[in-house]
Design a protein around this ligand. Structure first.
Ligand code: HEC
Length: 257
């Protein structure tokens, strides 16, 4: 282009010698050619209007606020009649607790209570040789329930013979805060674990036993006293092992017959 006037060159003009932006910059700004160049864009690359960006931002912010409210903006609470109560589901927590056979239930509860005993008598019921008598195979555990309740509730001291071995130690009262339920449960648990052959003890029987303990007065029992005055079965209605028990009320479930 630059020298096209002097000689006619037939080669295609590949060398652009004029720098267009520079040339335009040299023109005074405001010149129409300069303004035109600024506003020209390639197709599809035109700038987005600022309004659109601002409207989008408002929508995004509002959306975030709705989510932050947990959808409460669009709740239908005000459309619901006053005093309306949701119907109770036939399923789920409203279902009455499933009854459990008495033996399984008392063993389950008794296992929890037994966690206060197993530090000494061991989870296996074997006790500790020489110092703590075993509950497994013990005639005190398998035998009459009145003396067993007094051992647990009042504690025991002095020599006591268990499975042919005499222990001369003492045990503090264990059941100070056991009600008839806990007492029945732990007694049933130890009488039916580790190959023991005792039957179960109902809360009613345990309540009668606690009454006997009250009349007897405080103080630890001795094996002599127990053999002399308390070698009896507790009175009261017992549950048969498969009586169905409501685990919430600890009452036998009425069965329709
Ligand atoms: C701190 C240790 C200790 C704890 C805890 C303990 N006992 Fe004992 N228990 C003993 C000792 C020691 C004797 C023997 C007492 C004696 O020599 O007169 C004993 C004796 C007994 C006996 C009579 C003897 C026998 O082996 O049959 C029974 C039954 C018994 N405990 C049940 C329980 C129950 C049930 C619990 C939990 C509620 C319990 N013990 C918690 C230490 C403990």
């Amino acid at each position: 282009m630059a020298d096209s006037s002097s000689s006619r060159d037939l080669r295609p003009d590949l060398d652009e010698t004029i720098n267009v932006p520079e040339a335009h910059a040299a023109l005074s700004s405001g010149a129409p050619a300069v303004e035109r160049e600024k506003s020209l864009r390639e197709n599809g690359m035109e700038p987005v209007t600022l309004w659109l960006i601002m409207v989008s931002a408002v929508i995004v912010l509002a959306g975030g606020a709705v989510m932050g409210q947990g959808g409460a903006f669009f709740g239908y609470d005000e459309l619901v009649k006053e005093g309306y109560m949701r119907g109770k589901s036939k399923f789920g927590p409203e279902l009455p607790p499933i009854p459990i056979p008495a033996l399984a239930f008392l063993r389950k509860e008794g296992g929890k209570v037994y966690s206060t005993c197993n530090g000494c008598h061991q989870a296996s019921g074997a006790g500790q040789p020489g110092s703590i008598p075993p509950l497994a195979g013990s005639e005190w555990v398998n035998g009459n329930t009145e003396k067993l309740l007094l051992i647990i509730h009042n504690g025991i001291q002095g020599p006591i013979e268990v499975a042919g071995i005499t222990y001369s130690s003492q045990m503090e009262p264990m059941g100070a805060n056991y009600g008839p339920k806990e007492m029945a449960a732990v007694m049933t648990y130890i009488r039916t674990s580790w190959g023991n052959t005792g039957d179960l003890v109902s809360p009613e029987m345990a309540a009668n036993g606690l009454e006997i303990s009250k009349q007897r007065g405080g103080g630890k029992a001795s094996s002599e006293e127990l053999k002399k005055s308390h070698d009896k079965m507790l009175t009261g209605d017992n549950w048969s092992p498969d009586t169905l028990i409501d685990p919430e009320t600890w009452e036998p479930v009425a069965t329709e017959e």
